[in-house]
Design a protein. Structure first.
Ligand SMILES: Nc1ncnc2c1ncn2[C@@H]1O[C@H](COP(=O)(O)OP(=O)(O)OP(=O)(O)O)[C@@H](O)[C@H]1O
Ligand SMILES: [Mg+2]
Length: 355
């Protein structure tokens, strides 16, 4: 099948991913027909399709509360359907069983792939690179290098396996209007790669508000399957929510919406074996008198969904990355710089560990 990609040019032409998904929907190879599920007849299947749920995998990824919301069914019916979908996917080997041995899990962990950041120090910090089947969050103040890192990853993911890439494509969900195709061209050239090929491997979805961001993310599954996507960037994940939900009275709703969006991202990472990278801003905490008075926005909801959290900050000409939260990486810091290659190791930096 011919992959559908967005060709970007220097005039910053942006492509609405939802439109592309619509174009490629018919081309999906891995559709598992909804009517193959026990208890799902043509009426139920049609209702699901009309609500945007097009396959069994889609049904399992979205989960009961979202299915109930978009179809208008009660939660119990939606829960039963989602569980039936899950069982079917376990049967055909697309999802792992509810109880798995540690040995099987260990084997599955071996299938996790890594994408080089193009910077040895950052790769060391991440034990080899950005993982598939997980969410990696980079947070930090303005100018700390989050967007530069995201652009670099869109280039490195396309490189061959022996160069640390996955020979795969990327989706860039841009919420702050900071995606720049010319920067991709610059980074590709800085790394001795062909800029046109690099541009073809990146699709941009510009999200205009939080609801639009959620729509794009809910449509990702289809697009990932048809376009050999291994990396999904959301830069930044929280900005629209921060801007739209002002004041304490809206906090509960904001957190609920954020939670749903992030869990959809996490399920997408796991079900489709892609790496999800999102950026987050910091809010100042004036009550902190010692140390760095910055913490990521989004509170516990964001912290608990990210598999890995890395804090970026400026240090003169350099940048510092600190692994803040990870199930298995030690907490430590490394140095990196921003240059024509995107993110890179500091000059003459060999070990690169910050004491
Ligand atoms: N071609 C380049 N070469 C070297 N440095 C660059 C280049 N392009 C941008 N930069 C540097 O990258 C920095 C901006 O980084 P970036 O856009 O990644 O910040 P950010 O963390 O995403 O900030 P924000 O929170 O505002 O989105 C600036 O200091 C800029 O000088
Ligand atoms: Mg940015």
């Amino acid at each position: 099948m011919k992959p559908v990609t967005a060709k970007l040019n220097n005039t910053s032409k942006r492509v609405n991913i939802a439109h592309l998904i619509h174009l490629t929907r018919k081309m999906s190879e891995e559709e598992i027909d909804l009517e193959s599920l026990e208890g799902v007849g043509s009426v139920t299947a049609q209702k699901l399709k009309d609500s945007g749920v097009r396959s069994v995998l889609d049904l399992a990824v979205r989960g009961p509360s979202e299915v109930a919301e978009i179809t208008g069914w009660d939660l119990r019916k939606a829960t039963d359907l989602c569980n039936t979908a899950r069982i079917k996917l376990v049967e055909i080997g697309r999802l792992e069983k509810d109880f798995v041995s540690a040995t099987d899990l260990y084997k599955k962990r071996q299938s996790v792939e890594r994408i080089t950041t193009g910077c040895k120090n950052l790769d060391d910090l991440l034990a080899g690179g950005i993982e598939t089947q997980a969410i990696t969050e980079f947070y930090g103040e303005f100018g700390s290098g989050k967007t530069q890192l995201c652009h670099t990853l869109c280039v490195t993911v396309q490189t061959p396996h022996d160069q640390g890439g996955l020979e795969a494509n990327a989706v860039y969900i841009d919420t702050e209007n900071t995606f720049r195709p010319e920067r991709l061209v610059g980074i590709a050239e800085g790394r001795g790669l062909d800029p046109d090929t690099t541009l073809k491997g990146v699709t941009v979805g510009k999200a205009y508000n939080s609801a639009h961001q959620e729509l794009i993310i809910s449509e990702l599954g289809e697009y990932i399957k048809s376009n050999r996507i291994k990396l999904v960037i959301v830069d930044s994940a929280v900005a629209h929510y921060r801007a739209e939900f002002l004041g304490r009275g809206t906090l509960a709703e904001r957190q609920q919406r954020l939670n749903r969006m992030l869990h959809l991202l996490l399920r997408t990472a796991e079900a489709h074996s892609v790496a999800i990278v999102f950026t987050n801003q910091v809010q100042s905490t004036p009550d902190v008198f010692f140390g760095d008075p910055s913490k990521p926005t989004g509170g516990h909801v964001v912290g608990h969904t990210s598999t890995y959290r890395i804090y970026l900050r400026k240090a003169g000409k350099n940048r510092v990355a600190r692994m803040v939260d990870s199930p298995y990486h030690p907490e430590r810091e490394v140095l990196f710089v921003l240059n024509e290659k995107g993110v890179d190791d500091p000059p003459q930096e060999t070990a690169g560990r910050k004491k």
